[in-house]
Ligand binder design. Structure first.
Ligand SMILES: Cc1cc2nc3c(=O)[nH]c(=O)nc-3n(C[C@H](O)[C@H](O)[C@H](O)COP(=O)(O)OP(=O)(O)OC[C@H]3O[C@@H](n4cnc5c(N)ncnc54)[C@H](O)[C@@H]3O)c2cc1C
Ligand SMILES: NC(=O)c1ccc[n+]([C@@H]2O[C@H](COP(=O)([O-])OP(=O)(O)OC[C@H]3O[C@@H](n4cnc5c(N)ncnc54)[C@H](OP(=O)(O)O)[C@@H]3O)[C@@H](O)[C@H]2O)c1
Length: 380
């Protein structure tokens, strides 16, 4: 049987350990998933899709807040078979991300006059930023608790909840070394909104709830455009701060395993060297064996002023330009919002300065660089 997104493979989780130290402000973990018996294959640069379930404690809290038993029969849009609300909330829909359609439903069902008024005021808010910010601070459980007089039916609620989607993770192992295993490098998402602790569904599912050694982790391989050059002699430059380092562990492991001759340069960054230097031992071994040609690190919180990977690019601009002139591929992985934008700006500046080009010519140079498939990004 072929396994894919529509028919995920029930895999076994065979390793789970912390990469960041207990004293880190982050919780970054390494996971290994067995592919044995699946027939699944992967290549460097691909991602793994994981179907999570919601935290049972979150389901219980929502049932309590909404006043349901969990036995209420509901149907999920596009699936006519009725299921219990408890199962729908555990496996099928997201418990976060309520929309103003849901606020409208609460308004329509509210029986207490002050709650109806407060909901009407929220719906009428004219400032779009304020309107967005208020709802972003809230999950379904908050709204049920704040407006207890509104009692929509279980079916009405489920129809306004988003489908629980699989999450993608860049694969951090190489198939040449681990044909029957996939490794992941995951930052566990925990934060606070509206004064309450929140957690990311899938990263905490992997960290806290997925069972070890049981064939019940639903996965699929998502192919990517992102990947090593076909020619093993081509130099590669990899920029991967934080969990962005995942595919580059795969790249270097693959080239080392196959004895590829091309030089490999990694830029890695994270908060503190002592607590957040992901896979430090492996990089040291690759440097010693020559599989990794250069490693430049930027630990942002080890000194008063922030230092980021793009600062290391600037410091090594002449050599980086030389590598690019020698045909190097340039890869970026990790945070899309800030890091990838800033690295892109640093690359443009470097091309302009080192290549003696106007900023406009540098833009054209980078465009062509991308078109040639030599500038690849896997950002999220
Ligand atoms: C191609 C690709 C590759 C990826 N590779 C990796 C990888 O290698 N490693 C990795 O760790 N992740 C990776 N990701 C991200 C991953 O898919 C998930 O998005 C991530 O694990 C969060 O999922 P979650 O279910 O735990 O959190 P969710 O339940 O999806 O919650 C995340 C949401 O919580 C909110 N949120 C998060 N932090 C805060 C905050 N501080 N304040 C307010 N709101 C906040 C935001 O709305 C955010 O979208 C990748 C994503 C893609 C698309
Ligand atoms: N799209 C998203 O919502 C998204 C994407 C990626 C990560 N995250 C969140 O961040 C957490 C950890 O992610 P992660 O481990 O992949 O990495 P990360 O925490 O985003 O960052 C790793 C390193 O990059 C630094 N950094 C911050 N801004 C930067 C910039 N503009 N340019 C270059 N480097 C920059 C960080 O420094 P400082 O922190 O010291 O500034 C840190 O040293 C997760 O909990 C995740 O939720 C969210």
């Amino acid at each position: 049987m072929a396994y894919d997104k529509n028919n995920p493979f029930p895999a076994r989780l065979v390793d789970r350990r912390r990469l960041s130290s207990p004293a880190s402000q982050k919780d970054t973990r390494h996971f290994s998933v067995s592919l044995a018996g699946s027939g699944l294959t992967y290549k460097c640069g691909d991602s793994l899709g994981v179907f999570p379930t919601n935290n049972p404690a979150a389901v219980a809290a929502l049932l309590r807040a909404a006043g349901f038993t969990g036995d209420e029969a509901v149907t999920i849009p596009k699936d006519p078979a009725p299921i219990a609300l408890r199962e729908a909330w555990a496996k099928r829909v997201a418990l976060n991300g309520p929309t103003y359609k849901f606020v409208q439903l609460l308004h329509d069902r509210a029986t207490a006059a002050d709650q109806k008024e407060a909901l009407a005021a929220r719906l009428a808010e004219a400032d779009p930023e304020k309107k967005k910010a208020w709802l972003e601070q809230r999950e379904f459980v908050d709204l049920f608790e704040e407006f207890p007089s509104a009692r929509p039916s279980a079916q009405e609620v489920v129809e306004l909840q988003r489908k629980l989607m699989p999450r993608l993770y860049s694969i951090s192992s190489a198939p040449s070394r681990y044909p029957d295993e996939i490794h992941l490098t995951v930052a566990v998402v925990r934060y606070e909104t509206n004064g309450r602790p929140r957690e990311g569904v899938c990263s905490t599912y992997l960290a806290d709830r997925a069972r070890m050694e049981q064939p019940d982790l639903p996965i699929f391989v998502a192919e990517s455009h992102f990947g090593l050059p076909a020619d093993d002699n081509v130099p590669v430059i990899m920029v991967g701060p934080g969990t962005g380092v995942a595919p580059f562990r795969s790249f270097v492991m693959d080239r080392a395993t196959r004895g590829a001759k091309g030089p490999n340069w990694l830029f890695f960054g994270d908060q503190r060297k002592e607590h957040d230097f992901l896979y430090a031992d492996e990089w040291a071994a690759y440097l010693a064996s020559g599989a990794l040609t250069r490693l430049d690190t930027a630990f942002s919180r080890d000194q008063a002023a922030k230092v980021y990977v793009q600062d290391r690019m600037r410091e090594n601009a002449a050599e980086l330009w030389q590598w690019l002139q020698q045909g190097a591929y340039f890869y970026v992985c990790g945070d899309a919002k800030r890091m990838a934008k800033d690295v892109d700006a640093a690359l443009h500046a470097l091309v302009s300065e080192q290549g003696g080009m106007t900023p406009e010519a540098a833009v054209e140079w980078v465009k062509q660089f991308k078109k040639d498939g030599r500038y690849q990004r896997d950002v999220y």
